[in-house]
Design a binder for this molecule. Sequence first.
Ligand SMILES: CC(C)(COP(=O)(O)OP(=O)(O)OC[C@H]1O[C@@H](n2cnc3c(N)ncnc32)[C@H](O)[C@@H]1OP(=O)(O)O)[C@@H](O)C(=O)NCCC(=O)NCCS
Length: 158
Amino acid sequence: VDVIDADLECREHQAAVLQLIDAYASDAMGDGRGLSDEVRANLIPGLRSHPAQHIFLAYESGLPVGIAVCFRGFSTFRARPLLNVHDLAVLPAYRGQGIGRRLLERVMAKARDLGCCAVTLEVGEHNVVAQALYRDVGFEEGDRQSAAGRMLFWKKPV
Ligand SMILES: CC(C)(COP(=O)(O)OP(=O)(O)OC[C@H]1O[C@@H](n2cnc3c(N)ncnc32)[C@H](O)[C@@H]1OP(=O)(O)O)[C@@H](O)C(=O)NCCC(=O)NCCS
């Protein structure tokens, strides 16, 4: 398995990103349905124009089988960048072979290169497989040092 930095100017990598995000969106642990035509049309242009994206692709025997999509943020409390893992997914037929772990290791290496203070991610409370992987590589839930308690993920549609 090769894990590489995606080059969004490369058509092969563009197709790989679309295929893998569509597969992840279709997964029960994703959105439970594939990407709409509108999202399929806008995904690559949107990512290409994003100034802080870092995308990694895992290839096995020349086929794209896994992806990590990350966005660089900035911690004001640490005055250092941080890296958020927005998507991590491996095609079902290729799971359990260490590919998710390899992708996460690549994310951690990129975070170190960028001088990040942390890597962050959100994971569903019922997604025990992903949680096992994250725990195994050293992630822990919430921000235990904060007097405000665990950090909760909130959102409001715009
Ligand atoms: C989560 C996901 C990316 C893991 O990828 P993967 O390539 O199968 O994971 P790995 O083979 O690298 O497994 C690494 C560790 O994860 C855990 N893990 C993997 N599969 C597991 C399973 N079926 N049950 C329990 N733990 C499991 C184990 O801790 C494993 O370590 P080990 O092999 O030393 O036991 C993959 O299952 C996936 O794409 N799931 C759907 C999308 C998703 O949920 N993404 C995460 C969103 S937050």
